[in-house]
Design a protein around this ligand. Structure first.
Ligand code: ZN
Ligand code: ZN
Length: 287
């Protein structure tokens, strides 16, 4: 079986969305069954039989006050319950789609995060460290290494990744080696912590994703890169597959590479979720 458990119905940023509006306009809008069907159709064309839509929590007005960054506040325009209903409607129409959310890890907002999740019927919750304090990890308009040493960014990122895993709020950690996005790989001070970090994550039972999104970023690598994925496998950390598509065309994009990496790391199974309960299913060979 192949799954894609990370994607968004709209691109990030007001201007990108304005440009994309025409693409979903003919389908009834980004929350319509017809728009979601474009994602499941693309998945099926790439042998992926189940997807999870995992909208960013920062798109929702309900989370607007969680962070005072201008980007965060500007993005928080959608209604979370309308989103939930849209995905449930798509499933009721017979589409193989799960309800997910990409939930930022904000250590000072763990109560708000828990409340947001409790009241809604999510199948899978991704945990993402996009922020270390006020520093955006992967915003191309302000790359963190431009103003901070790699040792500092990577060190603080790994601290937050472990804290996110230990919070018990998440099912899957998204793009676990994200700070490399613009091409600055982990410095020795971070690499020497990887075993300790992976052991800490393994102890929590949370899964990680193998994401093809990095192939479309300046770093041009999977998250995590294959040898790091092998270390997660050796520690017993379960895995999902992810494209992080922000448009239908990118669903399961790069999956031949991702599936080869998962199998190459020694995984025979990937993790499927329903109502936040994991199950291991055999991972298909690509093609
Ligand atoms: Zn993300
Ligand atoms: Zn994402």
């Amino acid at each position: 079986m192949l799954l894609d458990y990370h994607m968004h119905l709209q691109p990030d940023g007001v201007e990108s969305r304005a440009r994309a509006e025409g693409t979903w306009g003919a389908h009834g809008g980004p929350l319509s069954v017809e728009w979601i069907r474009r994602y499941t159709d693309r998945a099926r064309s790439r042998a992926v039989t189940e997807i999870a839509i995992t909208e960013h929590v920062y798109r929702f007005a309900e989370a607007r006050d969680w962070h005072d960054d201008p980007f965060w506040r500007e993005e928080a325009t959608e209604d979370a319950d309308a989103y939930v209903q849209a995905v449930l409607d798509a499933r009721a129409a017979g589409l193989p789609v799960l309800l997910g959310v990409e939930m930022d890890w904000l250590p000072h907002r763990r109560d708000e995060i828990a409340r947001f999740l409790e009241g809604r019927p999510f199948d899978v919750v991704l945990g993402s460290v996009h922020w270390i304090g006020g520093l955006a990890v992967d915003d191309p308009s302000r790359p963190p290494m431009a103003s901070n040493a790699p040792e500092e960014v990577w060190g603080r990122y790994l601290d937050e990744l472990v804290a996110a895993a230990r919070s018990g709020l998440y099912d899957v950690l998204a793009h676990p080696d994200l700070p490399k996005v613009f091409g600055t790989h982990a410095p020795p001070s971070a690499v020497e912590r990887f075993d300790e970090v992976i052991a800490a994550i393994a102890a929590t039972g949370v899964a990680i994703e193998c994401s093809s999104a990095g192939l479309r970023k300046p770093v041009e690598e999977l998250y995590p890169e294959p040898s790091l994925l092998g270390r997660f496998r050796a520690a017993g950390v379960p895995v999902t597959l992810a494209s992080d598509a922000h448009r239908p065309e990118d669903v399961a994009e790069g999956f031949p590479t991702a599936v080869a990496a998962v199998r190459g790391a020694g995984y025979d199974t990937i993790t499927r979720f329903s109502a936040r309960t994991p199950e291991q299913v055999p991972v298909a060979t690509w093609g």
